[in-house]
Write a protein that binds this ligand. Structure first.
Ligand SMILES: *[C@@H]1O[C@H](CO)[C@@H](O)[C@H](O)[C@H]1NC(C)=O
Ligand SMILES: *[C@@H]1O[C@H](CO)[C@@H](O)[C@H](O)[C@H]1NC(C)=O
Ligand SMILES: *[C@@H]1O[C@H](CO)[C@@H](O)[C@H](O)[C@H]1NC(C)=O
Ligand SMILES: *[C@@H]1O[C@H](CO)[C@@H](O)[C@H](O)[C@H]1NC(C)=O
Ligand SMILES: *[C@@H]1O[C@H](CO)[C@@H](O)[C@H](O)[C@H]1NC(C)=O
Length: 353
């Protein structure tokens, strides 16, 4: 090799290395930025996403119909035949957010994408960013002011004539999330009503379900947050909460925050057009925004989950398998309607008693 050739070769090598570093940096920054503000897919990528989401949505709608028929519920009920499940006769109109301008009715399930969707609805109603900035007022209060409740029969008419949206999440994840938010700690989160929840539910749950041989959950069965005050020590454990849920007629005496989907948003009575999942919140949001023709008005919001990744793995250690089985039976209709599986939770449930 001549000296000239060597020089050219080494320069080429340097360029290649440089290019590599630049590409790597670019890719890294995309990953980092992607966490904050996920770029919308375009062209083929968007088309592919929309097709996949549409297929999933259709499958979900058909599955709801199948399960409602199987159990003879709601609008699929055949007269004179009995059903295994107690079911309300009409939807709860008052819980919906019905946006007549954009022809959307949304059923808000606590801890299942409500922040994202109430925010979207507020933007559609021209609520200012200033009003929506965190820490001001509860989002549900702002959204209710922008979209007041409708009364029957107007509510029925509007619900029938709009596109109906529901977002669901694994039933056990939602239940645990509601417990951790509202019942686990009555010292922290008072602005979110934890003291009220303690007085209304927590104290009673402990009185009824605390065992004589009670011991505090082990440190590997709970998650304590560093920057929040510890619980007062009087709150129900997750296991006690689950015992309460299993025993309670949730339609009559439960709370909206842990009422099963089939009693709350009544998918056997309300023929939803879009059923999104929290597990694919971003993709389903892109899909819903497109399907509802709102691309020019709102953008999908990318949200970090602020929950702990392994929360259920940790808290379900407080339970034994028999208890998980009972909890599953209690929520079985939700599991079947939205095609979730309880299997992995049995493995988490390692308590001996
Ligand atoms: C929001 O603003 C847009 C554009 O100014 C307007 O067309 C629309 O009617 C407004 N919607 C509401 C609910 O005020
Ligand atoms: C709304 O839809 C339900 C179910 O499809 C139907 O029974 C009812 O008559 C409709 N009500 C109105 C006001 O359109
Ligand atoms: C609203 O949505 C319904 C579908 O539920 C559709 O039949 C109707 O045409 C829509 N109305 C408007 C004004 O977009
Ligand atoms: C604690 O009491 C419950 C019944 O209240 C019983 O099933 C369980 O075996 C007891 N556990 C221990 C460790 O004694
Ligand atoms: C979750 O659990 C898995 C398996 O035990 C573990 O490898 C992982 O580090 C845990 N993640 C967090 C965030 O605790």
């Amino acid at each position: 090799m001549s000296r000239q050739q060597k020089r050219v070769l080494s320069r080429l090598l340097r360029i290649v290395v440089c290019l590599g570093v630049i590409l790597l940096t670019l890719k890294l920054s995309i990953i980092i930025v992607g966490n904050e503000d996920k770029p919308l897919p375009v062209a083929d990528e968007l088309r592919k996403l929309l097709i996949e989401a549409e297929v999933d949505n259709t499958r979900r709608l058909l599955n709801v119909e199948r399960v409602c028929k199987k159990y003879n519920l709601g609008i699929y009920r055949k007269l004179a035949e009995d059903s295994l499940f107690k079911h309300p006769p009409t939807p709860q109109y008052s819980i919906f957010y019905m946006d007549r301008e954009h022809n959307i009715s949304y059923c808000p399930v606590y801890k299942a994408g409500t922040t994202t969707w109430l925010y979207n609805l507020c933007l559609l109603m021209n609520v200012s960013m200033e009003t929506l900035s965190p820490g001001k007022q509860q989002l549900s209060t702002i959204a209710r002011r922008a979209i007041p409740e409708l009364e029957y029969p107007e509510a029925e008419r509007v619900l029938n004539a709009s596109r109906r949206l529901l977002v669901v999440r694994h039933p056990f994840e939602r239940l645990l999330s509601a417990y951790r938010d509202k019942l686990e700690n009555c010292v922290a989160g008072r602005e979110h009503g934890t003291l009220h929840f303690y007085r209304k539910y927590g104290a009673k749950i402990v009185r009824k379900y605390r065992r004589k041989n009670f011991t505090e959950p082990r440190p590997d069965q709970v998650i304590r947050r560093d920057n929040t005050p510890s619980p007062a020590g009087v709150e129900p454990t997750f296991r006690e909460f689950v015992d309460y849920v299993i025993d309670t007629d949730l339609g009559s005496y439960g709370d909206d925050h842990w009422m099963p989907y089939y009693l709350y948003c009544t998918p056997c009575l309300v023929n939803y057009n879009i059923i999104a999942n929290v597990e694919s919140l971003w993709r389903d949001q892109v899909y819903a925004i497109n399907k509802l023709g709102l691309q020019d008005k709102i953008k999908p919001r990318w949200r970090h989950s602020n929950g702990h990744l392994n929360a259920s793995r940790i808290y379900f250690r407080q339970l034994n398998r028999a208890t998980v089985q009972k909890l599953y039976e209690k929520l079985r209709l939700d599991f079947e309607l939205f095609d979730y599986s309880p299997d992995i939770y049995y493995e988490y449930a390692t308590s001996a008693d």
